[in-house]
Design a protein around this ligand. Structure first.
Ligand SMILES: Nc1ncnc2c1ncn2[C@@H]1O[C@H](COP(=O)(O)OP(=O)(O)OP(=O)(O)O)[C@@H](O)[C@H]1O
Ligand SMILES: [Mg+2]
Length: 372
């Protein structure tokens, strides 16, 4: 898929942005703090994902402004789409897909797919287990948007269960009231566990191959899904009543401890995705170079799975990533993302490989000052 037109206004420091991107490479160049990342972020939010900066929606509006708008025209194998995201300080966000007003952001998942590479990606390896779970969940949701419905439901149930645990702890509710939540948590949690297991198995194969290439054949990268409920062999069983029951029993086992602490200690909220390089945890033992390469490879693998499964290439955002990499690694990424539409931000255009030629947009003070 390709973006054919973009308009952004009032989003953070951006004003009056309007451009027709190149179908292949778009280089957004400018000094620090001019609006390069803001431009990518303004387009990114049209994918239905939360900001890759982890910021709050209300921060999207210019500090001294009252509304923002981001709109793109998109061409995929089937048709042209028009998507827009508008927000005012008073009314909250309003999303339109092809002129039809949407109830929330979830329909965007089905329309616009993009993958962002950002310096903060190392947190995929170094950060908390939640970071890795979110990555797997988001990547799997891009392939199958129904997954996001199960994730949202599961989070809602977990919040309700935790609130009830606190009530029980304070003597305001009875432990028997937990059963209804545990049954629902078991149903959603089992579905999520099976989906995570499947996605991790897929991404593991691709990461293994890509990491071998990026490390010159010297190192092995592996990903392993560690469910807090199921053992790897459990996933050979069909996903049915028997396994829901297994999940339910696990919740029952930790119930007393859960009540004492007011928190749920088993289930998908406790899963880990272990990332190993040469058999050792990359989080605990990886060098800086290994950690950076592993994060990069995970994102590239995400793009490859997506392209294979949907026959449609996602749009790629590379924020401040290329300038940091040596030419061998830049070349590796360049080969992997060939054929996809790419948006690259740089402070210094000369840090890019000479092969990367396309539309160049210079940005200063939140405006495009030059296009060539
Ligand atoms: N809500 C907002 N209102 C006004 N300005 C904002 C808002 N949010 C961020 N900014 C400003 O936008 C400017 C540009 O930020 P951005 O992160 O896009 O810079 P950048 O060009 O990517 O810089 P760098 O090269 O350092 O990454 C910053 O000066 C920041 O203070
Ligand atoms: Mg930036």
């Amino acid at each position: 898929m390709r973006i054919t037109h973009a308009e952004i206004d009032g989003f953070r420091n951006l004003t009056g942005i309007s451009f027709d991107p190149d179908p292949d490479y778009n280089i957004i160049s400018g000094k620090n703090a001019q609006g390069k990342t803001n431009l990518l972020e303004a387009v990114w939010i049209l994918s239905g994902c939360r900001s890759f900066r982890g910021s709050k929606e209300k921060d999207y509006i210019h500090l001294s402004g009252s509304k923002m708008r981001s709109e793109i025209r998109l061409l995929d194998g089937l048709r042209q789409h028009n998507i827009s995201y508008e927000m005012t300080k008073n009314t909250g966000k309003i999303i339109h897909i092809n002129g039809v007003k949407q109830r929330g952001t979830s329909a965007l998942f089905d329309v616009f797919k993009c993958i962002a590479f950002i310096p903060d990606d190392v947190e995929l390896i170094k950060g908390s287990p939640e970071r890795r779970r979110n990555f797997i969940d988001m990547a799997a949701s891009q392939l199958n948007p129904i997954f996001v419905v199960h994730i949202n439901k599961s989070n809602l149930i977990l919040n309700q269960r935790n609130a009830l645990l606190k009530e029980i702890q304070q003597g305001n509710a009875s432990p028997s009231e937990l059963e209804i939540w545990d049954r629902q948590a078991a149903h959603e949690g089992t579905l999520i566990s099976y989906m995570r297991n499947e996605y991790v198995a897929q991404i593991n194969d691709i990461c293994g191959r890509l990491y071998k290439t990026i490390s010159g054949g010297k190192e092995i990268m592996e990903l392993e899904y560690r469910s807090s409920v199921f053992k790897p062999e459990d996933f050979e069983k069909p996903c049915n009543e028997v396994v829901y029951q297994q999940y339910f029993q696990k919740l029952r086992e930790t119930q007393e401890y859960d009540i004492r602490t007011g928190m749920t200690h088993s289930g998908v909220n406790r899963d880990e995705i272990l990332i190993k390089i040469n058999g050792m945890s990359a989080r605990d033992f990886g060098s800086q170079g290994q950690v950076k390469s592993a994060a990069l490879v995970m994102k590239l693998a995400q793009a490859e799975i997506f392209r294979k499964r949907s026959k449609e290439a996602p749009v790629i955002f590379l924020d401040d990533v290329m300038g940091e990499l040596d030419s061998t690694r830049q070349k590796f990424i360049f080969d992997m993302i060939k054929g996809m539409q790419v948006f690259i931000t740089v402070c210094n255009e000369s840090s890019l490989l000479p092969e990367i030629k396309g539309k160049l947009m210079r940005i200063s003070g939140g405006r495009i000052t030059e296009e060539c």
